[in-house]
Design a protein around this ligand. Sequence first.
Ligand SMILES: [Zn+2]
Length: 219
Amino acid sequence: MLRSLLAALSTVTVLAVVAVQTPAYATHEVDSMVPTTTYHPICLGTTDLLSGMVCQTDNANVYWYADSNDPGELEDNDVASLENMLSTQYAPTDLAIYYDGSPVFSGTAQTDIVYQESEDALPLPSGYRGWTWCNDDVSTEAYACDQQYVRIQSPDGYRIFGGGLACHETGHAVGLLHGAQAYPVLPSTDGRFGCMMNEIYELPYYLGSDQVHQINNTY
Ligand SMILES: [Zn+2]
């Protein structure tokens, strides 16, 4: 309760500050925020990565934490790159981004996104450079997740492409999908998806204007 109240109070200030910077995209051409006509499973939390699904985060206040414990820890330069990506790409949207220095891993107000680095003890599904999954859904809402995990390849996954991989996985953590799950369905490499493009080597570090609009529309 305290957390929500504080968040609500501080959001007013944050939104007022960033409102000027937020591009005023009037609409979006392609629907790629879960649920779409193409992809609409009910959000279910899981500890099994392969059963993970794309869910929305549970509200506009996004608290994030970078794992600081072996084996999933991010090094300082990874955290700095992640922080920079979040502040340039997600903070200017209607989401309010907060670093959570006291992460919460149980209950109904958990830290929204926990970032990890993949290591032998924390593998990624074969062939993937990053993976995002909901480990605890909000039982009273169809598409919302209380806590999402993002796991990105080691050692430089958070730093390469100006943060493109982290931009992509964070997009999933707030409900953004690939072209294949969008409506209408588009090639995964369609440039309008920005960092949510898939099946290309070098991901851009930025959100597409459609993605920004849908975030602002949803939260
Ligand atoms: Zn993806």
